[in-house]
Design a protein around this ligand. Structure first.
Ligand SMILES: Cc1cc2nc3c(=O)[nH]c(=O)nc-3n(C[C@H](O)[C@H](O)[C@H](O)COP(=O)(O)OP(=O)(O)OC[C@H]3O[C@@H](n4cnc5c(N)ncnc54)[C@H](O)[C@@H]3O)c2cc1C
Length: 523
């Protein structure tokens, strides 16, 4: 089975937005999650109104529209996992549930006047750079448009990854991925198979287990789990955040600093990592009394190598009498469930009415890259066939005026991606201003600058737990290269992106309508 080719959101492509697609815009933004909405707000604040936001689904929100599974919540505290320019004093919990984050994004879009720029059902099917016109030709489900600048905000975790299970087509029950949870799914009284023990599965199982007849959890690798210590944010706290905004700024700052300190454990300081491993193992011992189950839940790689999971109720859910943990390999699906094979190949059947794929996303081979064609007629996916690479995780040689938000090596294992998004947005706006001031129609990074940047990144990543911690994770691509994570403190990323240095770019002056522009001039 392959991933559902439809937009992964629970919301199907809806009717087009209130206005038709403009034939030409200065900036086309693809995607309306945190990155796309943030880009729209920052453009508006910079006085740039000639843009459109193309969204394939029927609503904005991205991750927070799509992941409507029970228990879905952020795992970075909300006071940090939100825009700096739109603080929300009313978060109800430390780790807010999905509906609250989705409502926040909706409110933010309304408050900053983004709505009129949104076009729903406008999936970008192709974008091709036309060197002669120095514009992107963008084909969408609603028609075609051209844009001088293409901002790709299509999400790093927006394309579900579903393993090809032999026999799945014969399964007579229901199957769905965590990111396309049907609104009418009722798992009460059902036998539910959950494949995967990653960030989504640890949120789903504790919610589903109390009412399901049986939950069978299929684990390939035992994850590291730390207590989440979630709690309600009290009314006095919320009052303070609303009426004394400095208190919220301090809370945000405190969470940010604590999370940055954690990074030291991933990048070289084994003491911090071992301390965290001790906390996690103690938590496991306290929660799981059965030594055999505990043994199977004990991670066999260094903490941090894969995403650390935060949960107060995952282990407790696994000790319920109606929950089974299966660590044998799944070999096939049948009409009535899943078949595993143990070490000696002996099969075992696990009946199920519903199979839930908590199997993550296509991260190192983003499908949108197949749809973007650069100046040399080759797609971004072809350019990235040896591994994703960009300058500042944002611009790519050969793709003039393309800004790929949350691109290569901007992911994080420890803190809020919104911080990285805002750093890139500041750079984007600065780049547009500088291009205008320099009279340039287009820019693209100099290949040697991009290569040197990526070499530095790979050197920095070499000694980190993500590369050497003894696990196979989605942080690494098919060649074992880490093209997803930012290797150091996030403030270093912000500092690097505080302004766009045009010397790092090839710049192209505007061309008269009849003459092709191919010759770079010093920027
Ligand atoms: C369950 C879950 C929990 C998470 N929790 C956290 C957390 O606590 N902290 C954290 O930092 N990160 C978290 N993340 C990561 C999360 O994805 C990011 O934080 C953030 O939401 C990404 O925003 P985005 O705008 O880059 O992408 P997305 O939110 O994925 O938005 C991308 C948008 O682009 C649209 N799109 C894609 N392709 C096209 C196309 N061809 N044409 C038109 N539209 C297109 C999609 O429909 C989508 O609306 C979580 C992810 C998941 C799945």
């Amino acid at each position: 089975m392959t991933a559902d080719p439809r937009p992964s959101g629970a919301a199907p492509p809806g009717p087009p937005g209130p206005a038709p697609l403009p034939p030409a815009v200065d900036v086309a933004i693809v995607g309306s999650g945190f990155a796309g909405i943030g880009a729209a707000v920052r453009l508006l604040q910079a006085g740039r109104t000639d843009f459109v936001v193309l969204e394939r689904a029927g609503d904005l929100g991205g991750t927070w529209r799509d992941n409507g599974y029970p228990g879905c919540a952020c795992d970075v505290p909300s006071h940090l996992y939100s825009f700096s320019f739109a603080p929300n004093p009313d978060w109800s919990r430390n780790f807010s549930p999905q509906p609250e984050i989705q409502a926040y994004l909706q409110r933010t879009a309304d408050r900053f006047g983004v709505r009129r720029h949104l076009r729903f059902g406008a999936e970008m099917l192709a974008a091709r750079w036309e060197p002669d016109r120095q514009r992107w030709r963008v084909t969408t489900r609603l028609g075609e448009l051209t844009a001088r600048v293409l901002v790709v905000a299509a999400g790093a975790l927006s394309e579900p990854s579903v393993p090809a299970l032999p026999g799945l087509e014969r399964f007579t029950g229901r199957t769905f991925h965590s990111a396309s949870w049907p609104a009418d799914a009722d798992l009460a009284g059902q036998r539910v198979a959950v494949i995967g023990t990653g960030a989504s599965a640890v949120q789903i199982v504790p919610e589903v287990a109390p009412t399901a007849e049986r939950v069978t959890v299929f684990q390939r690798t035992a994850p590291w789990v730390l207590p989440r210590r979630d709690r309600r944010i009290t009314r006095p706290e919320r009052w303070a955040f609303r009426h004394l905004p400095v208190t919220q700024a301090l809370a945000r700052c405190g969470i940010y600093s604590l999370r940055e300190a954690l990074l030291l454990g991933f990048t070289g300081n084994p003491l911090i990592r071992r301390r965290a491993e001790k906390v996690a193992l103690r938590f496991l011992r306290e929660q799981v009394r059965d030594p055999q189950l505990r043994e199977r839940l004990t991670p066999r790689f260094q903490l941090g190598c894969k995403r650390i999971l935060l949960s107060d109720d995952w282990y407790a859910a696994l000790t319920r009498p109606n929950v089974d943990l299966v660590t044998d390999r799944i070999v096939a699906a049948t009409a009535g469930g899943l078949v595993t094979a143990d070490g000696s190949g002996r099969p075992a059947e696990h009946p199920a009415d519903t199979i839930v794929f908590g199997t993550g996303f296509r991260v190192t081979d983003p499908p949108v890259a197949h749809r973007i064609v650069g100046a040399d007629g080759r797609s971004l996916a072809e350019h990235w066939s040896g591994g994703m690479a960009a300058l500042y995780g944002l611009t790519v040689a050969g793709f003039p005026n393309m800004f790929f938000l949350v691109g290569p090596n901007t992911g994080l294992g420890h803190t809020s991606i919104v911080y990285m998004i805002e750093s890139q947005l500041r750079y984007l706006v600065d780049a547009l201003h500088r291009m205008d001031a320099a009279g340039l129609a287009a820019i693209e990074p100099r290949p040697e600058v991009q290569d040197a940047y990526n070499e530095r990144l790979q050197q920095q990543l070499a000694g980190t737990v993500w590369n050497t911690g003894g696990c196979a994770s989605w942080y690494l691509d098919a060649r074992g290269r880490n093209t997803t994570l930012w290797p150091t403190f996030t403030w270093r990323f912000r500092r690097q992106l505080r302004r766009c240095d045009l010397a790092e770019y090839r710049g192209y002056p505007p061309v008269p309508a009849t003459e092709p522009a191919r010759t770079a001039v010093p920027a």
